[in-house]
Design a protein around this ligand. Structure first.
Ligand code: ADP
Length: 270
């Protein structure tokens, strides 16, 4: 399968007058077309720095990132990269620019200079694909957190991306908002084959991923299917990923043949 995202041995340093801090340390990661990748790790592990590097908001200090064949250091193609790999941030209020939902979703396609008929089509399709077509003439600031985040996602979908990076897009939502946004993210991946990189600190959101990457101190410390990753309970606990989160995984993982009892995770005989 072709890789949409290739991260080749990158490091990233935040440099200020007084200090240097290596937030990403020799990290490599390929993401294939249609894959649902979840990146987990607790605060400060470098997840957000990585996502900003994937979108050319930051550029690697060492190594290269190739998005659909284009190096993020290629300044002339920055907007192509951002269109191919759209990004949804934590706070939808920072991503919503218009006062009416459908105008907000139209903003990106309008900036592409598309004809009004094509813009209309994209807006309608995008609103339908995130399940908020009926909210099209509402004011975004009056919507719930989950609905607002779906407006932000529709705005990205309208740009026809091959890949979407969700940078803690569920972090500010209440449980029902999180659920509705996760459902939308999964639907877009499965039904519309949009490659998905979902960055989160909620371990339970990783259960249905094709692959899970665990980050710690700017490095990739675990990688595999959810079953493989969550079998390393000692390592996860050691880096401070909460055991209470693990218990929430219990019922999901049981379906997969894993049991969590008294914080000890065992694998059923296959
Ligand atoms: P995460 O998203 O996993 O919480 P971040 O990528 O935000 O992690 O941060 C990784 C590390 O880089 C943290 O130690 C953080 O303090 C540091 N960091 C993040 N942004 C900056 C910045 N602008 N200047 C200096 N250090 C930063």
């Amino acid at each position: 399968m072709d890789n949409i995202v290739e991260v080749n041995n990158i490091s990233f340093e935040y440099i200020t007058e007084e200090s240097k801090f290596k937030a990403i340390d020799r990290l490599s990661l390929n993401v294939s077309q249609g894959e649902f990748l979840v990146i987990i790790g607790h605060n400060g592990s470098g997840k957000s720095t990585l996502s900003k590097n994937l979108n050319a908001i930051l550029l690697p200090s060492e190594g290269d990132i190739i998005i659909d064949g284009i190096n993020t250091k290629d300044e002339e193609n920055v907007w192509n990269i951002r269109q191919t790999a759209g990004m949804v941030f934590q706070n939808p209020d920072n991503q919503i620019v218009a006062t009416v939902v459908e105008e907000d979703v139209a903003f990106g396609p309008e900036n592409l200079g598309l004809e009004s008929k094509e813009i209309r089509k994209r807006v309608d399709e995008s609103l339908k694909s995130v399940g908020i077509y009926e909210l099209r003439d509402r004011q975004p600031h009056l919507l719930s957190g989950g609905q607002k985040q779906r407006v932000a996602i529709a705005g990205i979908i309208a740009m026809k991306p091959k890949c979407i990076i969700f940078d803690e897009a569920t972090a500010m939502l209440d449980p029902s908002g999180r659920k509705e946004v996760m459902k939308t993210i999964k639907r877009l991946n499965k039904k519309e084959n949009i490659t998905t990189i979902h960055i989160t600190h909620f371990m339970e959101e990783a259960v249905e991923a094709d692959r899970v990457v665990v980050m710690e101190k700017g490095r990739k410390i675990l990688e595999g299917t959810p079953k493989e990753v969550f079998s390393n309970i000692d390592k996860l606990k050691k880096i401070g990923l909460d055991v209470p989160c693990m218990t929430e995984l219990s019922s999901e993982l049981k379906k997969e043949g894993l049991n969590i009892e008294s914080n000890i995770l065992t694998v059923d005989e296959m």
